[in-house]
Design a protein around this ligand. Structure first.
Ligand SMILES: [Zn+2]
Ligand SMILES: [Zn+2]
Length: 345
């Protein structure tokens, strides 16, 4: 089968690999229909993710058809159409019993990281009973690929951790796919103000179309002043960090109102200054989280009910044999205006 393989920092190749086989009783082999590329895959290619070794098939998102199952799989049958969660969960370890699937002792984020992933014709999915989801009848496969990772990530790490409430004020720092996923799902809670901040005017334009009440280009270094001006000098109740660099986290420190929350989503590769010399008296909270995908069943229902349209995040489509072009397009988003790319296997 064809598969996109990580070959070390800066290197990847589309290779022929053997079709995966069942290893553990809880495994399913899934034939991939649609997959995508995540910002995290670009982090891996930069060499930022030490757990991902050269030789690994990348990808942790996708929709497919169950091809075969191990003897322990009871919830799925060959031929079932499934959504693959980016998080594998055994369902029985201490963390899983607490709903913290991201820290499953034999799972978590392993697909396309510690085990071979979804940017291939087939993938082995461990703990299939508790890591796959049935696709609803007539579901839009492309839309549901967005539910493997970015929608639950934006929602759980940004919106839920940020305790967004009706009538509150929210700033989303970063208007890439994850920031826009937070923007789509924050509207479940009807905040009064949703201020999106980025340095890319194209993405800020999209943010307005997706429901932002205000958009700020932070390239002039005056974003904090502008947020204060828009919020009567207070700042925002929830500041969602959706980039993962020191400047954007520190901007969240500057714009969070007294009593507010900084909800971090960004994958940080560098240390960040925490300004406790003035934040100590601001009654704020700071939250971090690796997505648990506990909200996936709820998100599936909202997509089916047309309360949420994640297909709006898809800008480009490729076939698996052109996946290297897909990486080029996704990796040069400022020029190509790419958000999410769909790859048909
Ligand atoms: Zn991802
Ligand atoms: Zn577990």
């Amino acid at each position: 089968m064809k598969a996109l393989v990580y070959r070390g920092p800066g290197l990847k190749a589309l290779e022929d690999r053997p079709k995966p086989a069942i290893k553990d009783p809880g495994d399913a082999i899934v034939k991939i229909l649609k997959t995508t590329i995540c910002g995290t895959d670009l982090h891996i290619l930069k060499g930022d993710v030490a757990t991902c070794r050269p030789g690994r098939i990348l990808g942790h998102e996708g929709v497919g058809v169950v091809d075969s199952i191990g003897p322990g799989v009871t919830a799925f049958r060959p031929g079932d159409k499934v959504l693959i969660s980016c998080i594998s969960a055994c369902g029985t370890c201490e963390y899983c019993r607490r709903g913290m699937y991201s820290h499953c002792t034999t799972g978590g984020w392993i697909l396309g990281n510690e085990i071979d992933g979804t940017q291939a014709e087939y993938v082995r999915t461990p703990h299939a009973n508790t890591s796959l989801y049935h696709l609803p009848e007539g579901a839009d496969e492309e839309a549901l690929v967005m539910l493997s990772d970015i929608l639950p990530t934006g929602f759980e790490c940004g919106v839920l951790n940020g305790k967004v409430a009706p009538g509150s004020s929210v700033a989303i720092v970063g208007s890439g796919p994850i920031g826009l996923a937070a923007l789509l799902t924050v509207q479940f809670y009807s905040p009064a103000q949703i201020i999106v901040i980025d340095i890319d005017d194209n993405r800020l334009g999209l943010a307005r179309q997706f429901g932002a009440t205000q958009a700020i280009n932070s390239a002039d270094g005056k974003a904090a002043e502008k947020v204060k001006a828009l919020t009567g000098g207070r700042g925002v109740d929830t500041a969602i960090e959706a980039v993962g660099v020191p400047e954007t986290f520190e901007l969240c420190e500057d714009i969070v109102a007294p009593g507010g929350i900084i909800a971090n989503i960004g994958v940080h590769g560098k240390k960040v200054d925490l300004h406790l010399e003035w934040l100590w008296e601001q009654n704020i909270e700071i939250t971090t989280r690796l997505v648990d995908t506990v909200s996936t069943p709820m998100l599936l229902k909202t997509v089916q009910a047309k309360k949420l349209d994640p297909k709006r995040l898809i800008t480009h489509r490729f076939t698996l044999d052109k996946i290297e072009d897909a990486y080029d397009t996704f990796g040069h988003a400022a020029d190509t205006h790419a958000l999410k790319v769909i790859i048909a296997a």
